[in-house]
Design a binder for this molecule. Structure first.
Ligand SMILES: Cc1cc2nc3c(=O)[nH]c(=O)nc-3n(C[C@H](O)[C@H](O)[C@H](O)COP(=O)(O)OP(=O)(O)OC[C@H]3O[C@@H](n4cnc5c(N)ncnc54)[C@H](O)[C@@H]3O)c2cc1C
Length: 440
């Protein structure tokens, strides 16, 4: 290895050589780095990030929900094994991830419930624990939920009352910051290195056999990625892992690599008010006396109790109608809560009457528009990982292990707990055709 940056890392890099360079210190980049170093202890592995610490990109802006609801074995395996790993990180390795397993509750009207009956059976058949609650049970457990409509206004708005609750049990809240910090600690313990405030400006493309003529690489030469030009100098690497989340396109578009991904914004609004205490402290759905993560697809809204601060986060889960496009500093759309969400939310949860958010932010999700399943795709000298479509935290450990298997050239990756998946199944060339059918 050439010039090493120490763990607190702001010195300059002069034509450093590494075995593995990971670009991006989000949940996925750090998981990848951890498993690459674990399985290749003799190799030099460094993570660089343009921001000042671990997990400050979209991981910091996420809702921090883990969820194993999937109708395909592939997606179930990716998330279920990662959830087990979170419990190991917290329970056995002593990291504080703030794991709060309060479940994931869908509140569905009659028509939507009819549509998801079959997918619910498919999800059960791959191993997901799902409970359903009849209307009267939902009403008993959630006295704040209005379930009797019939006024002219709700009819005009086309809103239908909740008839059924569907609870997925092995789900809950995680402190995303605690997660990325713990991954960084485990990675550094193994001798990995990190360099923050270091932007990868471009990937270096070189011919495999350089002949020393100006203008290389020529079209007839075999090319590969040999590292990155960064804000602190050139870093040469045997393998470059691009885990730059929604920003990956900035590095990969110039080299003609398609990630099957486009960025899309999503906002979260934070509420804390005594009027919401009863809703927050809902009992009876899980062993945790808190409202489960609750999604009302009829109005594209979800609610998450943040256990560390006793607040309720409200997210807007709409998709169609929202534009694609990378933004460095996305902001909540003006009036999205006050002029839009609020009026429909009030019909279902009148306890929000007159409440305004204390805080809000917007992040971007890396949407795989093809099949909503993550992508791990090798190319000469590099591996891309991402396109996790809003489930990057929930699947981070399984993705990290699969990146390490791809690096080793293995056909299969062993996930935490012993399940195996075929690496090519989430690649691009020989991707397995998977279609998640649970759509609400
Ligand atoms: C509002 C919202 C709610 C969400 N809720 C959930 C949820 O509840 N559960 C869940 O599982 N997922 C959720 N997600 C999705 C989740 O945030 C992502 O899937 C996950 O964070 C992806 O991790 P990542 O490591 O790929 O990306 P990031 O955390 O964005 O990491 C990429 C890193 O790369 C760095 N980087 C980018 N370009 C460069 C460069 N050129 N040089 C150096 N560094 C670079 C960035 O600074 C960043 O730190 C949500 C997303 C949003 C926006």
């Amino acid at each position: 290895m050439g010039n090493i940056i120490d763990a607190n890392h702001h010195s300059s890099v002069n034509a450093m050589y590494l075995d593995i360079l990971v670009i991006g210190a989000g949940a996925i980049g750090l998981s990848s780095a951890l498993h690459l170093k674990r399985l290749n202890p003799e190799k030099s592995v460094m993570v660089v990030d343009m921001l000042g610490g671990p997990g400050q990109g979209n991981t910091a802006k996420c809702a921090g929900i883990f969820l194993n609801l999937a109708t395909t074995e592939l997606n179930f395996g990716l998330s279920d094994s990662t959830i087990d790993w979170f419990h190991h990180l917290q329970g056995d390795l002593g990291h504080n991830l703030g794991l709060t397993p309060y479940g994931y509750l869908y509140l569905l009207d009659k028509d939507r419930y009819e549509k998801v009956k079959k997918p619910i059976e498919e999800a059960r058949s791959v191993g997901v624990d799902i409970k359903t609650y009849e209307k009267n049970e939902v009403e008993r457990l959630l006295p704040d939920l209005a379930t009797r409509f019939g006024e002219e206004e709700t009819e005009l708005m086309g809103l239908k009352p909740v008839e059924v609750g569907v609870l997925t049990e092995k789900c809950g809240s995680i402190d995303a910051d605690g997660l990325t910090r713990s991954l960084e600690v485990e990675f550094l313990k193994l001798g990995g290195e990190v360099s923050y405030n270091t932007t990868a400006e471009s990937l270096i493309v070189k011919p495999r056999n350089e002949i020393g003529i100006e203008g290389e690489p020529f079209v007839w030469q075999d090319i590969h990625i040999t590292g990155a030009e960064t804000s602190k100098g050139e870093i040469q690497a045997g393998t470059t892992v691009v885990a730059a989340g929604t920003w990956s396109e900035r590095l990969l578009d110039p080299i003609g690599f398609d990630t099957l991904m486009r960025p899309k914004s999503r906002s979260i609004f934070v509420f804390k008010d005594p009027k919401l205490d009863r809703l927050r402290d809902t009992r009876g759905f899980s062993k945790v006396d808190l409202l489960p993560f609750t999604h009302i697809p009829e109005i594209s809204v979800y609610l998450k109790v943040e256990p560390s601060e006793g607040s309720i986060w409200l997210g807007c889960a709409d998709d169609f109608g929202r534009r694609y496009g990378l933004e460095d500093d996305p902001q909540p759309e003006r009036g999205l809560y006050e002029d839009d969400i609020y009026h429909a939310l009030m019909k279902y949860l009148p306890c929000f009457k007159d409440l305004r958010p204390l805080n809000s932010w917007t992040g971007q999700r890396a949407m795989n528009r093809l099949d909503k399943t993550p992508v791990i795709a090798p190319a000469p000298g590099m591996i891309y990982v991402g396109s996790a479509t809003g489930y990057g935290v929930t699947k981070c450990d399984a993705l990290g292990r699969t990146v390490a298997a791809a690096y080793a050239g293995e056909e299969e990756a062993e996930l935490y707990g012993g399940r195996r998946i075929r690496v090519a199944d989430i690649g691009i060339e020989n991707r397995k055709k998977v279609k998640e059918t649970f759509k609400v």
